[in-house]
Write a protein of this length. Sequence first.
Length: 98
Amino acid sequence: MPMPAKIDRRLRGERLGFRVDEPTKALIERAAQLERRKLTDFCMTALTDAARRTIAEHDTLLLSDRDRAVFFDALVSPPAPSERLQRAFVEHKRRVAP
């Protein structure tokens, strides 16, 4: 059952406004009409989908086979801590850990 318009407006409390040139607006309006959707709904869906794709691309790390092997080898057989790292641990214990 669709939500009443009054409730829907309260849920959409934030505004996002921008200007586009006439050809871009016409293009977007045509696409919305082809999908038989309101312009705002079409734009919201397109922007949300694009934002999710962008975030997923930045949150995903792709490794080559060589990089993957080096990473897992380091997990299975980590190198011994260097002198500098050992000093950093000592300093951390002194400053942070009682």
